[in-house]
Design a protein around this ligand. Sequence first.
Ligand code: HEC
Length: 410
Amino acid sequence: MQFPLRYAASSLLLLFVAHRVSAQDGGAIYKRSCAPCHEAGVDRAPSHEALHAMSPERVLAAMESGPMISMANRQSEAARRAIAEYITGKSFAHPMDTAPPAAAMCAAPAPDFGDPLSSGATLWNGWGQNLLNTRFQTTAQAGLNAADVSRLKVKWSFGFPATLDANAHPAIANGRVFIGSTSGIVYSLDAATGCIRWYFNAVGGVRSAISICLEPEDIAILPDSTKAFVSCSGSGQVASVDLKNDKLLALLDVGKGPVSLALKPDGGEIVAFNFDAGSISIVETTPNEVLGSYLVGAKPTRGVFSLDNSRLYISNFESNNIAVYDIDLGKVVAFLPVGTRPDALALTQSQQYLLVVDTGSSDLAVIQKRTPKKKFEPSEYSLLTIIPVGVQPNQIAVKSFLATKPRDGR
Ligand code: HEC
């Protein structure tokens, strides 16, 4: 089967929740978490002056490995350091360094990261292992059974720098462990040896499991820039991301192979085109909910909304037609035959012409729309012309211009 190249690309996107840490206000945290004892003459608690006379290293050590562990273990490393600098009025001799030493990095080059769903390798994606959150791994996937558990030995361990706790769940895919840390570093580790393949600094502490958005294909951002939606075609999901707080809001199950997204002009709904399921899924943007999935034809690839939010035109790559979905009626009202392998499509500014790029027959189908008297009339659409273009076209842009009368008055 002929297949647009962009649907064959394989990659992954890691989605996780990061809690933004702004520049830490040591004074404010000290007043909240320490002052109730240290400024109130609690028995044996060193006074303000006594703490002020200490080195920041000593105050930090009290919080990290001394008697104050339980008072400060909910704080980030940056916050603990800010408290120590505030109360002592001195700076640390050594700034915080969280970069892993060279010896921690994997020496051998990384093998290709293929599709974790079809590779057969052990997979634990996100918190629940699967979409039902059963948190259950089969014997085959685990590679061991209950009797083996008592014979397990520690193979490697990994220390998170600049943090006292580790509470994010690891995600495992294709021989890699993906894990975030409270100090905000996200790591990709080699599952066999624990060496670091790569790491990056997220905006803040990561406390949740990392979900792998398999084969991200398309992204749609709400007009007010508050949310982004990413179609994860490999896992049949749409991820909703809060752009203000860098938070993963939801991983919504849509149909198989959502290859593209279209945003309704009013911003209220987003549609995922599920290539492998032959369906579209309509997602309400607030709250993040899948309203429903509807069969529309074979291998739908893309769609475009009419400006008045009433109609959605869907190109069915394999059934060689355009499905006209009426939003109010909630169903497909017409199938318009076009050339072969229709893909990209656009409406002219007047909304009178629908332009469809046929990647198979290498032409452009022009469909005319008349204004119906009732809600829908079969004669509403007619195929006006088919214009040959170059080989395998796959995108379209519409330029509008104003036709003026020629000067000689003809
Ligand atoms: C519930 C009361 C309480 C709170 C809250 C508290 N402390 Fe303390 N702190 C104590 C007491 C009591 C001691 C003396 C402990 C001992 O002698 O074993 C102490 C001792 C210390 C010491 C001296 C340790 C040493 O090396 O001798 C430091 C430094 C310190 N606290 C810092 C802090 C900081 C920073 C905070 C806030 C994050 C904090 N404490 C919150 C009660 C408190």
